[in-house]
Write a protein that binds this ligand. Structure first.
Ligand code: PLP
Length: 437
């Protein structure tokens, strides 16, 4: 692609965060992100700064989310995305999703509130949690959030009592055995009991309007979609016999950046094969939209020399960052991810990432283990990694692909903060215009 000159303007949002407008520039998006990372760390003086000034922070490229949206529309034009808020409830992401015309998949009162705060109509929300808190159900009723999933008889009795006008989606089981994060051991009705649930809903005077499924987050086998769509077709037919008028199929989440086209082709064909054009198809993508959009920078707060004089081949240092698995690297524990460290600044090597050349020996190819800041031994980010430089206290590392299931599951363990600055940029003029950056 040809990138035009970037124009940078400061912009503060009402979410109390720094926003920078970077219309599509002559640099590739990654370079724009690196520029912002370097600018920010350049302002931190480790020897004098206030507590927390050197905290880890993100650069979020909203243009990346915009590109993923365009890619979705090109490959799955029939399927309307309802962004899964759980994946990253950042208010600027939600604002962009709303402007793109997407709906929202919410699983709690707080997520419903965040979605509504974007100003969208409640009909653009699906409360996609088959086992809901009763007071939240009443809250959904009060706010007019009608669409919701269920997968068991007790949920139907709760809905009858608290929100009988709800529009229900029966969530069915899928084969998620090849997924990174399996969900079907917890949610989803088997086909054996689907008819019983549909009959019960009819007896209770409840309205079933659709079927939903989720093939598991980080799904590897696109054939799972074919089986799930086929099963959904069978449930649609059963529902018609039970007296319901179904109009929507919800194909859930499970899409990833690297396999998207393959999955979309298989899903798109299955949907067209089994569902006529008058059936609305929606999805609940999370990871696909936001994983690549966030890059995290963390500060090296400590280092331990564990080199073995007897065995120079095993040269290694332990380095400690000010973020770890109890913080933004919670994706290591909960999302089975392996974030890869890259050097942002490295005083010891006499170079930083602004020079793509590998520093000269003897520091080239030094081995490290990378640890978080808490007192717990489980707090390890990388057990062994080779980096092209002699990393020291005060240097900065960065990690790409940190947008999905990271910040949202961070804790405050040991008193470390669970909220971090985000510098927003947009490497696409389309996103800048929508967000009015
Ligand atoms: N919908 C539901 C009901 C989920 O549980 C999840 C993730 O757990 C998602 C959507 C989002 O999945 P993904 O991030 O894989 O797209």
């Amino acid at each position: 692609p040809h990138w035009k000159d970037p124009v940078v303007t400061n912009h503060t949002t009402d979410h109390g965060v720094i926003s920078l407008s970077v219309p599509r520039g002559h640099k590739a998006p990654k370079e724009l992100v690196l520029d912002q990372l370097r600018n920010r760390v350049g302002t931190v003086d480790m020897a004098r700064c206030d507590p927390g000034d050197e905290d880890a922070f993100y650069v979020a490229d909203m243009g990346e989310i915009y590109r993923q949206h365009m890619r979705w529309k090109m490959n799955l034009s029939r399927v309307k995305p309802f962004y899964a808020v759980k994946c990253n409830p950042d208010p600027e992401i939600l604002r962009l999703m709303a402007k793109l015309g997407n709906g929202f998949d919410c699983a709690s009162k707080a997520e419903i509130d965040l979605a509504l705060q974007t100003g969208i109509d409640p009909s653009r929300i699906i409360y996609a949690q088959p086992c809901k808190t009763r007071s939240y159900l009443r809250y959904a009723a009060q706010k007019g959030v009608k669409q919701m999933t269920f997968d068991n008889a007790d949920e139907l009795y709760k809905i009858k009592a608290d929100f009988p006008e709800a529009e229900l989606y029966l969530r069915i089981l899928t084969d998620d055995s090849s997924s990174l994060c399996r969900l079907s051991m917890k949610f989803g009705a088997s086909l054996d009991i689907a008819r019983v649930l549909l009959d019960l809903a009819a007896q209770l005077g409840l309205k079933v309007v659709g079927v939903s499924f989720h093939v598991g987050s980080g799904a590897e086998d696109p054939a799972t979609f074919i089986k799930a769509v086929k099963d959904a077709r069978w449930v649609f037919d059963q529902a018609t016999e039970a007296g319901h008028g179904l109009h929507t199929l919800d194909v859930g989440g499970g899409f990833s950046d690297d396999t998207f086209e393959k999955f979309a082709a298989i899903l798109g064909k299955a949907v067209d094969d089994y569902f006529p054009a008058n059936i609305r198809i929606i999805a609940e993508p999370g990871r696909y939209y936001v994983a690549q959009a966030f890059t995290l920078a963390a500060h090296v707060i400590a280092r331990r020399d564990v080199r073995d004089p007897q065995d120079p081949a095993r040269d290694a240092y332990m380095i400690y960052l000010n973020d770890g698995v109890y913080g933004n690297f919670s994706n290591i524990i909960f999302d089975h991810q392996h974030p890869v460290a890259q050097i942002l600044t490295c005083a010891g090597s006499g170079s930083d990432s602004s020079s793509s050349s590998v520093p000269s020996s003897p520091v080239a190819g030094t081995d490290y283990s990378i640890w978080g800041p808490t007192c717990d031994g489980i707090d390890v980010i990388s057990e062994r990694i080779t980096l092209p430089g002699l990393v020291d206290v005060g240097d900065w590392l960065y990690f790409e692909n940190m947008g999905a299931y990271t910040r949202c599951s961070a804790t405050r363990f040991n008193g470390f903060p669970d909220s971090h600055d985000v510098i927003y940029i947009s490497s696409e003029a389309g996103a800048s215009a929508l967000l009015e950056y």
